[in-house]
Design a protein around this ligand. Structure first.
Ligand SMILES: Cc1cc2nc3c(=O)[nH]c(=O)nc-3n(C[C@H](O)[C@H](O)[C@H](O)COP(=O)(O)OP(=O)(O)OC[C@H]3O[C@@H](n4cnc5c(N)ncnc54)[C@H](O)[C@@H]3O)c2cc1C
Length: 477
């Protein structure tokens, strides 16, 4: 792939969307060349903001004729560098921020149709206005967009009850690398008609096509909602409490999040408005979230039942039930700020892993031992969606350590943590995807036939390798 594009070709791309929506200045491009964690810094001569599916198609046709690489970017909140153009190349960024409408809401069929550039929080609000719930909820929901959520198969805080983005999508509209448009905006729950093309695009991180529209599933708005914060002695106790809550509440258990004492300390220290709801300190905490569709009383009865049984079994040491919506939000805010609160503590090496839920205590004990042996003084902030087996196994630098030297050990720490994850039959990317960050590691750990099948799919959809090249799976072999 050439690293320079002629001005003439850039002008032809710009003409498709109009000069106003074709950004070329350094200042305009700068925010789109870096991602949230500052791990990647890419280069690009042009950012295009098409206003219609036809314009997206026109861009892809020209790209495929001229062998020009295109990188889809929506909210730019991805955490694995998938949306960042490659460094030293001339990838053109295609942003769907102008294609941000909710096209239709059908509360009877429980579906919502949105543009690929619709902001997640706007989709949630549109569903709410019709008395419905769109359950995907993430810390980045004010800026991430549906195309990015689908392309990363985003998970978030309600996967336990509603599934991840793959389970929340019925149909897609996609512009292919050739510029052809696939209208798969079907609203069917049952549709067994051959290969499931929709599932190929979900989680493909923009390597197979550009998602311009989606049919999403809606649910009833819960009538009852309870959130509690409980202090525990151990991860084993957290697992036992999860088992108890899941049995007692069934699908009404909508969240079960694990947090360590260190995470609570740094969120209360660095994040405005966060305070520890419990008087004493405990080594571990869980956030229990219960939603019921019949009545508020049912949710209250369930939460009281879970905590009472947890106290009786010696699992819960102390607990606070949120008494208002504001208090519920405050507890969730603490959990969702845990990653941000690590920033003022210096460097942080991240892992987004999953293991079978029953293996979490073993994995956590072994990982702590191995990490502390390799890096004495490291401060482990392992938190996350325990009910989904998904732990964000983050490691903060030892106090006073040199940040650059600490970050230089990123791969070494990944090797330790991921080795244990794989030994427990887990995944090295539970919800953030592969992007640039984990591409080579994925190729190294998955069976050769699996990677070869991914390459064949990539070649079938994108023979010219222009669709977000170099992400997820490399064709340069
Ligand atoms: C504070 C914070 C909290 C987060 N919490 C969670 C969480 O709880 N759970 C979770 O799963 N993730 C979480 N994430 C990461 C998450 O993946 C993203 O926030 C979100 O899903 C990505 O959407 P986006 O619009 O920002 O996509 P971008 O970052 O713009 O893109 C992400 C990927 O999708 C591709 N892409 C984007 N749009 C399209 C499109 N229209 N068609 C094809 N490909 C496209 C890009 O090329 C890239 O590979 C979090 C991120 C942040 C910053």
């Amino acid at each position: 792939m050439s690293s320079a594009i002629s001005t003439d070709l850039l002008d032809r791309f710009a003409a498709i969307v109009g000069d106003k929506y074709a950004l070329r200045s350094e200042a305009d491009l700068a925010p789109h060349l870096i991602e949230n964690r500052g791990l990647y810094h890419g280069s690009s001569p042009l950012l295009l903001k098409p206003g219609s599916v036809e314009e997206v198609s026109g861009i892809m046709k020209l790209a495929s004729e001229t062998g020009t690489a295109i990188v889809p970017q929506t909210g730019n909140t991805g955490l694995v560098g998938g949306q960042t153009p490659r460094a030293g190349q001339s990838d053109i960024i295609l942003s769907l921020e102008r294609m941000n409408r909710v096209r239709d809401v059908d509360p009877v069929a429980n579906v919502l149709v949105a543009d690929g550039g619709a902001i997640l929080a706007d989709v949630q609000k549109a569903a709410e206005a019709h008395g419905r719930l769109f359950p995907l909820s993430l810390g980045s929901e004010g800026s991430c967009r549906i195309g990015g959520n689908l392309s990363t198969n985003a998970g978030g805080t309600a996967v336990l009850a509603y599934g991840n983005m793959r389970q929340l999508c019925l149909g897609l509209e996609v512009v292919l690398p050739t510029g052809e448009i696939w209208d798969g905006l079907r609203r069917l729950k049952k549709d067994n008609t051959g290969y499931d093309l929709r599932d190929l695009f979900i989680g493909a991180e923009g390597t197979l096509g550009i998602i311009t529209g989606a049919v999403l599933k809606l649910y009833p708005q819960p009538l009852g909602h309870q959130v509690a914060f409980a202090g525990l002695h151990s991860v084993e106790d957290a697992l036992a409490l999860f088992n108890l809550a899941a049995s007692f509440c069934g699908t009404s258990l909508t969240g079960f999040e694990l947090m360590p004492r260190f995470g609570v300390e740094i969120t209360t220290r660095h994040i405005d408005g966060v305070r520890d709801p419990l008087e004493a300190a405990y080594p571990w905490y869980v956030l229990v979230d219960i939603s019921t569709s019949d009545s508020a009383e049912t949710a209250e009865r369930m939460m009281n039942g879970v905590l009472e049984q947890g106290f009786e079994a010696g699992l819960v040491q102390d607990a606070a039930i949120a008494a208002s919506v504001a208090q519920q939000k405050a507890i969730w805010h603490m959990r969702e700020s845990m990653s941000d609160a690590q920033k003022p503590e210096g460097g942080s090496i991240k892992h987004d892993v999953s293991v079978p839920v029953s293996k979490i205590p073993h994995f956590m004990a072994e990982a702590e031992k191995a990490v502390m042996a390799a890096m004495p003084g490291a401060r482990i902030c392992a938190f996350g969606h325990m009910g989904d087996g998904n732990i964000h196994y983050n490691i903060s630098q030892p106090v006073g350590a040199d940040k650059t030297a600490f970050i230089a050990r990123w791969r070494e720490m990944n090797h330790i943590v991921h080795g244990l994850v794989l030994a427990h039959g887990g995944s090295i990317s539970a919800e953030h995807g592969i992007g640039q960050l984990k591409r080579d590691e994925l190729a190294a750990i998955r069976p050769a036939i699996e990677i070869e099948l991914m390459r064949r799919i990539k070649r079938a959809f994108d023979p010219a390798n222009i669709m977000n090249p170099g992400k997820v799976v490399s064709l340069d072999v």
